[in-house]
Design a protein around this ligand. Structure first.
Ligand SMILES: C[S@@+](CC[C@H](N)C(=O)[O-])C[C@H]1O[C@@H](n2cnc3c(N)ncnc32)[C@H](O)[C@@H]1O
Length: 277
């Protein structure tokens, strides 16, 4: 599919805030009206309209594999990937946590794994459509999906969670939004609570936010405006921002020692850990 067609497809799903692919009202409307027996298929179809979720309906169409077979296979792989991440990165670090918040949960493949291990999981996302899909695809009795708007964030009690995790989210956030996320994390963590954010440094192909903004080409501006950027940041910037939010014991470590055989592109990236004093 040409990138112009892709950008048009993605932009039709955008809500008001940056990064709200599937945030447009019609997305929830469509899923609400899908018959119960087709909701799962429709949730996958809707997710395939966003660049965030790596499901490509054209892939199935072009290869004449049945659509639902393709989606189920992709979903099983996604779940396995999040389980691998949990086992290698989070399990030991969060061993004494009981309540966990997944920040930027998307369709909930990590959140549903967290729900098997912890007493209570809250999963926040800025996209109401992604959350509706998560409720269809990845629900559990002890798992609550919450919209990351002012009301949703206020519904999570301050100083109530033992740990906050996030995977594949920080790279999409502008400095302003990342600052807000860190402030929310500080506020929602209990004293002694732990933060574990998957982050990217400005190395290799990872450009900083300023470099993205300097790209005045039409493609560069479109990508920036439609939130298709992936920002890398100097380690010093991650550390300074988390410290400024009031977190302590802030560290940024490479994930590579945890994945000696590699793990997607995530295995080459980093983990920011911190504690709420
Ligand atoms: C690439 S997806 C990752 C989803 C999930 N964490 C995973 O790894 O499967 C990035 C997610 O971040 C969410 N997001 C972006 N900005 C956000 C914000 N300010 N607050 C909460 N979620 C946000 C997007 O809606 C999207 O679902």
């Amino acid at each position: 599919m040409s990138s112009a067609k892709e950008i048009l497809k993605w932009s039709l799903t955008l809500g008001r805030e940056p990064q709200t692919f599937l945030g447009a009202r019609w997305v929830r409307w469509a899923l609400d009206r899908a018959p119960a027996s087709k909701k799962r298929l429709w949730a996958f179809r809707l997710l395939s309209l966003s660049p965030h979720y790596f499901l490509d309906r054209d892939w199935a169409e072009n290869r004449s594999i049945p659509e639902s077979e393709y989606f189920e296979k992709a979903s099983a792989e996604w779940l396995a990937s999040r389980e691998t991440y949990f086992n290698a990165v989070l399990e030991e670090r969060l061993s004494d946590a009981r309540t966990v918040l997944d920040y930027g949960c998307g369709p909930g493949f990590l959140a549903v794994i967290l729900a098997k291990r912890f007493d209570r999981v809250q999963a926040l996302d800025i996209s109401s459509g992604a959350l509706e899909c998560a409720r269809v695809l990845n629900s559990a009795d002890n798992l609550e999906y919450v919209l990351a708007d002012a009301e949703g964030i206020a519904s999570i009690a301050d100083a109530s969670v033992d740990a906050i995790v996030s995977l594949a989210v920080v790279q999409h956030l502008s400095r302003e939004v990342y600052e807000k996320m860190l402030e929310v994390c500080h506020r929602k963590l209990k004293s002694g609570g732990r933060l574990a954010l998957h982050v990217q440094l400005n190395e290799g192909d990872w450009k900083t936010e300023d470099t993205w903004k300097e790209d005045r080409s039409v493609k560069g501006k479109l990508k920036y405006n439609y939130g298709l950027h992936n920002f890398g940041r100097p380690e010093s910037e991650h550390l300074a921002m988390a410290n400024a939010a009031g977190l302590v014991e802030v560290k940024v470590d490479p994930l590579s020692p945890l994945f000696p055989n590699g793990f997607e592109d995530i295995g080459e990236q980093h983990l920011l850990t911190a504690v709420k004093p």
